[in-house]
Design a protein around this ligand. Sequence first.
Ligand code: HEM
Length: 573
Amino acid sequence: MTSVIIYTIIFLIPIAVWWCRFKPMTLPGIPSWSDDHLVWGDLPRLKKILRDNGSFTDFLDLSSKTLGPICQIRLGPFAHMVIITDYQEIESLLLRRHSSLDRSSQTTSLFKTILPRALLTLQTGDVWRKHRKGIGTAMTPRFLALTMSNITKSAQNLVELWNRKGELSGGRSWEAEVDLESAMMDAICGLAFGESWNVITSYTGQLESLNSDIGNDLSNIGSRGEIVFHLNAPDPARTTWYIFQAVPVESPFPALSHFFTRLTPSYRYHTKRMDDFLEQRLAEARHKASNLSCEMASEAADNTFDLLIAKQLGEGGLSDDEIKQELFQYLLAGTETSSTTLAWISRTSFHNKFLQLISQKWCKFMTNNPAIQRKLRQHLLNRLPQDIIHNMTFDDLIAVNLPYLEAVVHETLRMARTAGGFLRDTKEDMCIMGHHIPKGTTLAFPTSIGHQDLSSPDYLLSTSLSHAEERRVGYWKSGTGHVFDPERWLTEDGQFNAIAGPSLPFSLGQRRCFGKNLALLELRIFIAHLSLSFFFARIPADQNSFDRFDKVISHPKDCFVRPVQWTSEEASC
Ligand code: HEM
């Protein structure tokens, strides 16, 4: 009997030590869900939200809306997050107190599976600075202007594809997200590698031989009455998507999950193909730069790969492996983000149970806002010279003041919330909004601040903010944050005001989005081309859901479009 007791005690001691060390912790004074589970914390609530078609972003939003501008959640025994939604506090943390913060290890461990050493996954420090400096030239207005024809071409190709799809569709809608993602991939590849993968023109080519009664063939009609085009993407695009899809977004142990993925023959096949492609581009770029000085090769470079190889000839250039990773990151960070923002462009009545926030990005916003579509098109027709309307260049776009286009782009970004939020880890003990936050805490900044600016006078008196600090941005009119309304970005005399109210699509501070300038350009060009070419006609109610799912970024669950010509009856009534 005694020995049983002794063995039991010996067995229980490590468990007790482990429990004391890792027991679910909540920080005193910071609001949390009162009914959380002793061990699993708020996971049961999150599971219920996911079961009801919600997303992790919805859970963050619900928590901040219910518990206030600073609150905390627990995701199982180990993961704990403090959520902050006070705009002024976020700005202060990201712009002025960033040295106490770094990109969260949760984000880096996820992306490190495919990008071990790139901007996205490096901790702030000398190596990160070297990368940012090395690749920074690629985001200067001069270099973007040089490479922008790739974006224009890609937008024109998309218009051509949708014209063809319109002819074949018999008035039905179709799923547009793959088209948008492919168009962005073409644009980014052209800019990054100097040659597009021609995904969109390959789709258009596949449609060439089809005749117009495919809409009458039931095998081409989807379950919701949409037309389904059975198209195949060319190899490099499929390889890229395969590798992205292998990022274990839902796994609690990304490194382990990805270890097993890497053992599979298909993963090895696709990574080898990508590596071969990057090696070949490397050899070509090196050949072009041979016998040139760093300055001359940089001057001659008309794509990012050539530019980075040219910089290798000078001081502090990136190594071959770093260049390959940074360029592959372009594909990861630059295609899905921008295309998903565009995908949201077609909706605006809100059904999402928790937040009623998001309308399915630009295509979605437009479909549900015929008046805004007409106003945007008229604005572009009035201001752009007639001869350049379908062939705008970078110079044309910056030469003309287009405040309403700018307002639609920013309103789309605000509402789309392509990144549902971003995370930081505290590098030292901090005081945030009057609360002690220990070193190693994960802070979550949901982008919902643009919908529900939860700044409250009580919290603004928090000790962490200097009272002298004045608010830089305005407030959205109370109760209007969830409405898609580009006018909110315009001043009384119709000029665009970038700080009219809170919105954080690209984050702020030193770890903000590196591709912000490029993304804004892409959105301006695509939105201008699509708006001038099509009226996004109404689609059936069952195709018009505003639900979203999180897979690295926040996607609309459906993105059906029915683009028709502006000369059609539907567009004019
Ligand atoms: C609409 C399009 C886009 C959105 C909404 C977006 C949003 C974001 C956000 C929220 C972050 C995280 C910032 C943080 O943690 O504070 C980020 C980081 C980043 N983005 Fe974007 N992004 C977009 C397009 C692009 C494009 C086109 C590129 C490049 C080609 C790009 C490259 C990056 C990189 C490299 C980082 C990491 C920067 C660093 O840690 O230094 N993004 N982006």
